[in-house]
Write a protein that binds this ligand. Structure first.
Ligand code: HEC
Ligand code: HEC
Ligand code: HEC
Ligand code: HEC
Ligand code: HEC
Ligand code: HEC
Length: 484
């Protein structure tokens, strides 16, 4: 975990062709810095890759830096295959590019404290994190008291916390679930060791039963299904088998000892004989494949492990319930968010109904209002949606994505003049917010202001390192709307 993120070192030159989208990627080094270039249908984008995510056990992800903004690279390097390929989530993209923002959520798991510019989606201070690699305080809390009095007991020892707080230390990074919903006014990055994650946000997972065939899920979810965890009264946790300070040199022997701390007394002598590789039979490895956010080692610890298959169509449930005061609201938001992502309209409607019923209490809750507005807009009620988006914007007036939401609803009502004003403010707040640039350029064109549209697009392209074949200016039909 000390190598979860690093400054990009010069990389060997390479090229990679993504057939599905007809995109040619290349990796170059110049003056000690790494660049990635994509070429597709006469369009070229060249960006500087500043950070590498992951230690490369399985894969390296890349982060591109444009000014103070961070974007995901659509390319990953897969160490097992020693090959460049599309990053997870870009495999089937028709227009892979460097426009996906790297949000706080991504950095909070892979680096030490990220330093975001307030009210932005993906702008950070320079450098963007206090340290690249994960530091002691992410598991031990604030070190000040310990540095003044460096004896055990003055730092949080995760192993000595209550089970929920203890497990939370690892879950903050090892359990993303289907969706994580921050409590009102909180950010996922607010979690501190000693708390339960529910004090800050609720994780929602798909309900599984131990005998159900399941798709690949996280270590935490798998472990919770094991008989070892279910029947040991909260004693078994990640730290029973993993010591974050020490990677075992002889894993088979090391893990056998961990198993026998509980099973030593009861197992048949022959079964527990020295040399038995417990994990070889009970915690087999799945064949390594691309991905990076799923368990390779089976943490269900079954008698006879089976190949995982099946589908996650189950109910969405809280991993642990939060305070009753936020229970309904958090679940409703989770249903809308996860339902929209997974195409589950039953979940979206269920979540929406709850939020709608509670709306009287949500007038200060920009996240909930935005969620309501999003569903209303989809349901062809743009005027209703606009009211919620306008209120969310009042609560967070300098957040560009909220300006875009309101503009989209206003457009749908036909109030283009007002919509254009909000888009202009969005672009002023965040000139690299692709959706805002795209919508505003379209609005200008629709109003016959072609040169204004061209200027806007040219500025965006120049900053994002995009050039078009022929001239650096724009043909009338080429705008970033053709990319995703
Ligand atoms: C701040 C985020 C964070 C926290 C907190 C965290 N992990 Fe990790 N952990 C990671 C990341 C990121 C990786 C992957 C590193 C890589 O290979 O790129 C990882 C990798 C691991 C691995 C794989 C082996 C290795 O060392 O690479 C184990 C085992 C592990 N973590 C256990 C734990 C346990 C146990 C806890 C709680 C005591 C914990 N982690 C807390 C982020 C975290
Ligand atoms: C909830 C925390 C969390 C979030 C959010 C998250 N990751 Fe991870 N990521 C992990 C952990 C933990 C691992 C270690 C693999 C595992 O889960 O066993 C990992 C593994 C990876 C790996 C493979 C590393 C290796 O050594 O093989 C890459 C690449 C990666 N993540 C990139 C990203 C990027 C890019 C983002 C944001 C867009 C992101 N992750 C968001 C927690 C997270
Ligand atoms: C990924 C989480 C994680 C990180 C990061 C981490 N530790 Fe730990 N540390 C633990 C856990 C878990 C234990 C408890 C092990 C046990 O007692 O079983 C522990 C135990 C300790 C102990 C013994 C505490 C006691 O009361 O006995 C010390 C000292 C310590 N860590 C120091 C550090 C320092 C210094 C750093 C930074 C260089 C660091 N740790 C980073 C998880 C972490
Ligand atoms: C914290 C204690 C603890 C640890 C550590 C532990 N187990 Fe268990 N395990 C249990 C308990 C309790 C049961 C349930 C026994 C019962 O049903 O009577 C169990 C059950 C099992 C079962 C039967 C599963 C089933 O579905 O019936 C297997 C297999 C198993 N453990 C293997 C392992 C292996 C292998 C390890 C080490 C990698 C391990 N256990 C570590 C406590 C533990
Ligand atoms: C009963 C023992 C046991 C427990 C408890 C346990 N693990 Fe593991 N874990 C293993 C074994 C064994 C491996 C494989 C290590 C190896 O092959 O060297 C592993 C591997 C991993 C890896 C590396 C990626 C992979 O899938 O191989 C991560 C990350 C990890 N565990 C996270 C966790 C987290 C998070 C928890 C708590 C939710 C946890 N583990 C609890 C035994 C355990
Ligand atoms: C060669 C494969 C293999 C190895 C190695 C192995 N097991 Fe098992 N184990 C099994 C099988 C198969 C069963 C199921 C037996 C049955 O259902 O009758 C089992 C059953 C169990 C059970 C549940 C039944 C019981 O007797 O309580 C536990 C617990 C268990 N093993 C723990 C361990 C531990 C701990 C180790 C390492 C010391 C280990 N196993 C090594 C294959 C293995």
């Amino acid at each position: 975990m000390a190598h979860s993120l690093s400054v990009a070192a010069p990389q060997p030159e390479a090229t990679f062709e993504h057939r599905a989208s007809g995109t040619r990627f290349s990796i170059q080094t110049a003056a000690g810095e790494t660049f990635q270039t994509l070429e597709r249908q006469g369009e070229t984008q060249r960006v500087r890759v500043s950070y590498v995510v992951g230690s490369g056990n399985h894969a390296f992800g890349m982060l591109a830096q444009v000014g103070d903004h961070l974007f995901q690279s659509p390319l990953s390097y897969y160490t097992s295959r020693r090959a460049w390929d599309m990053a997870p989530g870009y495999e089937d993209s028709a227009t892979p590019d460097f426009s996906r923002p790297v949000t706080l959520e991504c950095l909070v798991c892979h680096s030490d404290k990220p330093l975001p510019v307030p009210d932005t989606l993906n702008a950070y201070r320079n450098p963007p994190f206090a340290q690249t690699a994960i530091q002691c305080d992410r598991c031990h809390g604030n070190p000040e008291r310990h540095l003044q009095n460096p004896v055990p007991g003055t730092i949080v020892n995760p192993a000595k916390l209550s089970p929920a707080a203890r497990d939370s230390v690892c879950e903050q990074c090892h359990l993303s679930g289907e969706v994580r919903i921050p409590n009102p006014g909180r950010s996922i990055a607010d979690f501190r060791p000693g708390e339960r994650v529910e004090d800050v946000y609720t994780v929602y997972v798909t309900r599984h039963s131990p005998d159900q065939k399941i798709k690949v899920i996280s270590h935490a979810e798998q472990l919770a299904l094991s008989a070892c965890a279910r029947k040991s009264g909260g004693r078994l946790w990640c730290g029973t088998c993993h010591n974050p300070h020490d990677k075992p040199e002889r894993p088979a022997e090391y893990f056998r000892k961990r198993c026998l701390t509980c099973h030593g007394a009861t197992l048949a002598k022959s079964h527990a004989a020295p040399g038995q590789d417990c994990i070889g039979c009970h915690m087999p490895r799945r064949p390594a494949k691309d991905g990076g956010h799923t368990a390779f080692t089976d943490h269900r610890i079954a008698r006879r492990p089976e190949v995982e298959s099946g589908q996650d169509t189950g109910e969405l449930v809280a991993w642990r319930e939060p305070d009753p005061a936020v229970r309904e609201r958090n679940l409703a938001l989770a249903l809308v968010t996860a339902g929209q992502e997974n195409g589950r309209s039953d979940q979206v409607i269920q979540g929406f109904r709850t939020l709608y019923r509670m709306e009287g209490n949500l007038s200060g809750d920009a996240t909930a209002l935005t969620s309501l507005g999003t569903v209303m807009l989809k349901g062809k009620q743009p005027a209703e949606a606009a009211r919620r988006f306008a209120r969310a914007l009042e609560l967070r007036p300098n957040y560009a994505p909220y300006e875009v939401n309101l503009a989209v609803a206003l457009m749908a009502i036909g109030n283009t003049a007002e919509a254009t004003r909000h888009l202009e403010h969005a672009v002023q707040l965040d000139p690299l917010l692709e959706q805002a640039v795209e919508l505003l350029s379209r609005a200008y064109r629709a109003a016959g202001q072609n040169s204004k549209a061209e200027e806007l697009l040219a500025r965006y392209r120049t900053t994002m390192g995009i050039t078009l074949r022929g001239n650096a200016g724009a043909g009338p039909d080429q705008d970033p709307g053709h990319r995703n």
